[in-house]
Ligand binder design. Structure first.
Ligand SMILES: *Cc1c(COP(=O)(O)O)cnc(C)c1O
Ligand SMILES: [Zn+2]
Length: 364
């Protein structure tokens, strides 16, 4: 089966060479035609990066372009925090966030399609990651950010050679500006939200958990979720492990959002503020396009939404520092969600630590 795009709303299929970023009906895409996870039979030549799973990644074309583009991302450590609590240090990545899992696969695909120019929109780490791999692949990269984006992230984008467009208004306004730019230029939309290649990169998070823990999976996995690219990737990866007959069931997936900005709580009918005022800027997303998919990932695995308040986020960051681990507040939100974790009811847990502390400098 060749790799193709399918609209999750109407079922229409598209060739990946079409460069469509969503269906003409407005529906979002998923990818079809990748092979299932297959550790057995894979030789010892498998690299120690997420490309050790390349037989189940959406690779096409005649050349292994990823070999020139990869920075050895993936294979991040899992360490024990306390009995029954594991931490996956997924910020130990070339650009210091888990986004590199998705970007390397997406940019490798773009490169194979002959893309010379790409456009992204982001409030931070996704844009930085796409910019780094864009530089590596020799693809001109233009990133649209809300004007409020912290100067350090704008500097990081520019340092990688991306053209940065600061847009007055919200995160959604930056996305709208990127899309109108696509329409003018015909550039490729390197979107971590719309482009499902990204999710096939982040699914390797699940594969690594499976291999590193020798199949002894925790009962639950806790993931901070804004647009859900790690949550959805993990859901996809665990589902593929189940389909391959390697797991009986996926771990329960718990999404973490800030109490101040939780579109999942809102969709469930809770009365929540519509603000994006949270130190966890990486999950300050009011209208994630894949919200329904995110809710399905939680529900079908028997997981739930966990809300964290601002004080607990900052407390969790400090608590992790006292254990030698420096993460940004968005990543600390995941750890904060363990406050009151009932291990009798919920069992063992693995928390994804998604972004490094240096992303958000400590107060002097
Ligand atoms: C992007 C990001 C998240 C959230 O990822 P989504 O794909 O938006 O759900 C969490 N933590 C960090 C550090 C991030 O950069
Ligand atoms: Zn459609």
């Amino acid at each position: 089966m060749t790799i193709g795009l399918r609209c999750v709303a109407c079922g229409r299929t598209y060739d990946i060479g079409d460069r469509a970023w969503r269906c003409s009906c407005g529906g979002l895409f998923k990818l079809e035609g990748t092979a299932l996870f297959a550790a057995a039979g894979a030789g010892s030549d498998r690299p120690w990066s997420l490309w050790r799973y390349r037989s189940s990644l959406p690779i096409f074309g005649s050349r292994d372009r990823w070999e020139q583009i990869s920075l050895g991302e993936g294979s991040t450590p899992i360490v024990q925090d306390s009995p029954g609590v594991l931490l996956k240090l997924d910020f130990l990545m070339p650009t210091l966030s888990f986004k590199d899992r998705g970007s390397v696969v997406l940019v490798s695909a773009a490169s194979e399609l002959g893309v010379r120019q790409m456009v992204a929109d982001s409030s931070g780490n996704a844009g930085v990651s796409i910019a780094a791999y864009g530089a590596r692949a020799g693809i001109e990269t233009e990133v649209f950010v809300p004007a409020s984006t912290s100067p350090s992230k704008v500097f990081q984008l520019e340092a990688y050679g991306a053209v940065v467009r600061r847009i007055t208004g919200s995160r959604d306004d930056a996305a709208a500006a990127a899309i109108s730019r696509l329409e003018q230029t015909g550039a490729f939309y390197a979107s971590h939200i719309y482009n499902p290649f990204f999710h096939h990169g982040t699914k390797t998070f699940a594969f690594e958990c499976y291999e590193q823990l020798a199949g002894r999976m925790p009962d639950a996995v806790v993931i901070p979720a804004g647009n859900g690219t790690l949550l959805l990737g993990a859901a996809l990866g665990f589902a593929e492990l189940v389909d391959a007959g390697l797991l009986d069931r996926p771990p329960r997936l718990f999404a973490v959002q800030a109490a101040n900005c939780s579109p999942i709580a809102k969709a469930r009918g809770a009365h929540v503020s519509g603000s994006t005022e949270t130190a966890a800027e990486g999950i300050a997303i009011q209208n994630p396009p894949r919200l329904e998919e995110m809710m399905r990932a939680i529900e079908t695995t028997g997981g739930d939404l966990l809300l964290v308040d601002e004080e607990s986020i900052l407390r969790a960051r400090t608590a992790l520092l006292a254990r030698g681990i420096d993460v940004e507040p968005t990543a600390a939100a995941g750890y904060a969600a363990l406050d009151g974790w009932d291990s009798d009811e919920l069992g063992t847990v693995l928390v994804a630590l998604t972004g490094a502390g240096i992303k958000t400098p400590h107060a002097p």
